[in-house]
Design a protein around this ligand. Structure first.
Ligand SMILES: *[C@@H]1O[C@H](CO)[C@@H](O)[C@H](O)[C@H]1NC(C)=O
Ligand SMILES: *[C@@H]1O[C@H](CO)[C@@H](O)[C@H](O)[C@H]1NC(C)=O
Ligand SMILES: *[C@@H]1O[C@H](CO)[C@@H](O)[C@H](O)[C@H]1NC(C)=O
Ligand SMILES: *[C@@H]1O[C@H](CO)[C@@H](O)[C@H](O)[C@H]1NC(C)=O
Length: 550
């Protein structure tokens, strides 16, 4: 069942590109964009991917047929590419009617001459199963934005979102509604409390405006950068969209354009969020590792082939977490000179592994890589992120910056469960430019809410920036791993993250299927010390039990 939030639980005022006819054709919400960047062609019957305006050949036939999916329309080959509309839209036998599940996915576009999607191209979303109560919300610019020849442009738009009281949803997937792939560099969607000014002012209902990429007070709920067009969470993980405290919110869309086409260009891209009101057991989050682009230490000399910039997320940061987190995906982001990136994982001063390494980074094809099994980060661990740049083509220093011809160095780490305390729910949302404090022109500055809880002063740490010096408190007794095993329903990456014979299923420690290994349970129960046994039996009697059970 697809629910469009505008007509269901949530009311998105002013958001267009809600494909009003999409429900009337098979897979109307999932018609692939055959252009080089892929994505979804939201306005299936239109020449422009975002919809509106001139109709394509399929749109003309659909309109002529009274906007109904009939056997005749299904058997027609509107775009004349040798495949019927039904074959292209996943209804090869012309059996589909509104509200039904189509026979298969949409393979290609019925109104554009194109090739069927390559079968077997694996993506993060291959195993995605849409829940029965899946809701979708499309957030796009209400009118096409006109991007003149200037290379770097930020455009924003703010729209009001009416939400019934006490709504808490989990976002489980998002996809891009890509319109003009020639100029869109990245796009973010934020939720901000209504009535308060976001850092670029309260501009609800004013249409698209030029903005600075400034979003304090807002929460990022989705994003896309040049690369794959969909991103999915693991089956037990959702990203919280908590609308419980207010009944009106502002949705803010922010797009970064890089126009080197030589002419002004129009774009009306957006994001589609997939959500469920049935909250998943684990709440996911994202940790930014790397270096702030406006850090004054972000400087790459020209004529270098492997110039490294390193940054440490030290013990003093990770030790604020109260339990381990599991990183299941990483998404490196640099610009045109970046060619490799690695995040190294240190524990007790020793390198114990890597959380993602790529050596063939391409700006035009940015990927989110899956880590399976996930990497477990303990409180006290340190992460060192290093980007390498090739500036042989540059004729002067390359500074960090938001425009495409400057550089960035981020590794976005997707993890569960959200690390935080009741007071600071987003404790580990960013650990960037920490090594000497974040320095930028004009002194220390808290950066766009990225550190969440940290005020200006606490950005300066008194510690050595060497990973060897980064030693958590568990290192003293050499029992870091043992300190952090999960009990039933706790988070895990592999079986050994769970106490005793619990098994890790979809990121959660569970008792093995009934009767599976009574003997194994008994034999290991004998080996357990009393404290562990109490924990295992679910009796949190001893204080030590509380630290063992997460
Ligand atoms: C976009 O802006 C340019 C420069 O201001 C203008 O020449 C052009 O006509 C505009 N295009 C559209 C479709 O409005
Ligand atoms: C971000 O917003 C603040 C407060 O409105 C403003 O002072 C600052 O100049 C903005 N930053 C940028 C990069 O435009
Ligand atoms: C770049 O480096 C190469 C080799 O180190 C050197 O021969 C060349 O002169 C340098 N070019 C510039 C513009 O500095
Ligand atoms: C650096 O970039 C130049 C220009 O794109 C390329 O020719 C060269 O092979 C690159 N060198 C390395 C080590 O990647």
């Amino acid at each position: 069942m697809k629910l469009i939030l505008a007509t269901a639980a949530l009311l998105v005022s002013g958001v267009v590109a809600l494909p009003q006819y999409a429900a009337k054709i098979p897979n109307g919400y999932g018609v692939p964009n055959p252009g080089p960047q892929g994505g979804i062609w939201a306005g299936v019957g239109h020449v422009r991917t975002a919809g509106g305006g001139e109709r394509n050949s399929f749109g003309l036939d659909f309109a002529a047929n009274g906007f109904e999916w009939t056997k005749e329309l299904c058997e027609l080959d509107s775009d004349g590419d040798g495949r019927s509309n039904g074959e292209e839209l996943g209804d090869p036998n012309c059996e589909w009617s509104e509200g039904q599940e189509p026979a298969g996915p949409a393979l290609s576009h019925p109104g554009i001459v194109d090739e069927p999607k390559e079968a077997g191209a694996s993506s993060q979303c291959d195993n995605y199963v849409a829940p029965d109560d899946e809701m979708t919300m499309d957030i796009s610019f209400t009118v096409p934005v006109n991007i003149t020849k200037k290379r770097t442009h930020y455009q924003c738009e703010q729209m009001l979102l009416d939400v019934p009281a006490k709504t808490v949803l989990h976002k489980i997937k998002h996809g891009v509604l890509l319109d003009n792939h020639n100029i869109l560099h990245h796009m973010f969607v934020y939720i901000c409390p209504a009535g308060t000014d976001s850092s670029d002012g309260n501009k609800v209902g004013e249409g698209p405006y030029k903005c600075s990429g400034n979003e304090s007070g807002c929460r990022r709920i989705g994003g896309w950068a040049v690369g794959p067009h969909e991103s999915c969470n693991p089956p037990n993980v959702g990203h919280e969209m908590d609308f419980s405290e207010l009944d009106q919110f502002v949705v803010k869309i922010e797009a970064h354009y890089d126009n080197n086409m030589g002419t002004s260009q129009l774009d009306q891209s957006g994001l589609r969020l997939y959500m469920t009101p049935t909250l998943r057991p684990l709440t996911g989050s994202q940790l930014w590792a790397g270096m702030m682009p406006n850090d004054i230490d972000f400087l790459i000399p020209p004529n270098e082939t492997n110039y490294p910039l390193s940054n440490i997320c030290p013990t003093v940061m990770t030790e604020r977490m109260d339990r381990p987190v599991y990183v299941y995906g990483f998404n490196p982001h640099m610009h045109l000179y970046g060619h490799s990136l690695v995040t190294e994982h240190y524990r007790c001063g020793q390198k114990i592994g890597e959380i993602g390494r790529i050596s063939d980074y391409e700006f035009d094809n940015q990927q989110t890589y899956t880590l399976d099994p996930p990497v477990k980060i303990l409180p006290g661990d340190a992460l060192v992120t290093t980007c390498q740049f090739n500036t042989t083509m540059a004729d002067s220093d390359i500074k960090g910056g938001r425009s495409t011809n400057r550089e960035m160095c981020f590794n976005f780490l997707d993890y569960y469960p959200i690390a935080g305390t009741e007071k600071i729910p987003t404790l580990m949302s960013a650990c960037i430019s920490v090594e000497t404090g974040f320095r930028r022109k004009g002194g220390m500055t808290p950066i766009r809410g990225a550190f969440g809880d940290l005020d200006q002063k606490s950005l300066v740490f008194d510690f050595e920036s060497k990973p060897e010096a980064s030693v958590g408190s568990c290192c003293e007794s050499n029992n870091c791993e043992e300190l952090y095993v999960s009990g039933a329903d706790g988070a895990c990456g592999v079986d050994t993250d769970c106490i005793n014979d619990l098994v890790c299923v979809g990121g959660i420690c569970e008792f093995p299927p009934h009767g599976a290994s009574t003997q194994a349970l008994e034999s290991s129960a004998r080996k357990m010390n009393v404290g562990l046994f109490l924990c295992w039996a679910g009796i949190a009697a001893a204080m030590s039990c509380a630290t063992l059970l997460y």
